[in-house]
Design a binder for this molecule. Structure first.
Ligand code: MF3
Ligand code: CO
Length: 256
């Protein structure tokens, strides 16, 4: 069942979304040569506490890992796709890209968003990877309209990414979001004909999160049980927004 939120609830999700936005923008400024992903983690943890919120990822259990995630951020560098773990040993360097993904719980409602940031100058093909991935998210957002179906959203990402020669990660998907971090529906970044294709209705809230590899699509999870990497070592980008279906079109809750 896909929950439909009241206007009052959407405004609570909006507050959570904007908190995540503000944290990510601060971290975007901070992320530069010599800064470690642990430095980002420490800053994010303080911002979440100062806002009177709780981190959504820290302590989150997944069956796949069999463990609780230990950090407030996922920081996935270069060939890391998602769920990279902050580390004091991981100094960002010129030419790196880092996906910064975080979630909060504020007043009973979750926020979740991700950006991928380039450190200094990155080469043209990496720049293109970031651009196409972010564009694919924007195209998907534009499909979040009452009367459209889930496959319209999924297909928008898939079409743009594949037309530009990149690969869509299949093992991880977007999700509904509300009073749980992960709610129905699952939102693959491709049209999964074996999956459900519900019609979108006002009040539904979707966390859309394209994960795109420059090389092949296949991923593997490292021995730490969390870090997913591109099997072929190619760079991977990730952007995420929470989007509400309204009578007036898409409402991106995780940006002003
Ligand atoms: N944005 C990701 C997701 O929605 C990150 C989750 S990390 C976890 O799945 F630790 F919470 F699992
Ligand atoms: Co998410």
């Amino acid at each position: 069942m896909i929950v439909r939120r009241s206007m009052d609830e959407l405004h609570k999700l909006r507050r959570s979304g904007l908190l995540v936005y503000q944290i990510l923008e601060d971290l975007r400024q901070m992320a530069s040569e010599g800064v470690t992903t642990h430095d980002l983690e420490v800053a994010a943890e303080k911002k979440i506490a100062d806002a009177g919120a709780r981190p959504a990822f820290k302590g989150y259990y997944t069956q796949a890992s069999g463990t609780r995630y230990p950090f407030v951020l996922c920081t996935s560098v270069n060939e890391e796709v998602v769920h990279g773990m902050p580390s004091a040993k991981r100094k960002l360097r010129r030419g790196d890209i880092v996906s910064i993904d975080t979630g909060v719980l504020l007043d009973g409602y979750y926020g979740d968003s991700a950006i991928t940031v380039a450190i200094g100058e990155v080469n043209d093909s990496v720049q293109r990877l970031l651009k196409i991935t972010e564009e694919s998210l924007e195209l998907a957002i534009d499909r979040v309209r009452a009367g459209n179906r889930l496959f319209d959203v999924c297909g928008a990402v898939e079409k743009h990414v594949t037309a530009n020669g990149f690969s869509i990660v299949r093992e991880f998907v977007g999700h509904g979001i509300g009073t749980s971090l992960h709610e129905e529906p699952q939102i693959p970044n491709y049209v999964d004909r074996r999956g459900e294709n519900p019609r979108l209705k006002p009040g539904m809230v979707l966390a859309i999160e394209p994960m795109v590899n420059a090389g092949k699509a296949e991923t593997k999870v490292l021995a730490d049980k969390w870090t997913a990497v591109a099997k072929d070592g190619s760079y991977s980008a990730h952007f995420e927004h929470m989007v509400a279906v309204t009578d007036n079109g898409p409402w991106v809750l995780s940006r002003p």
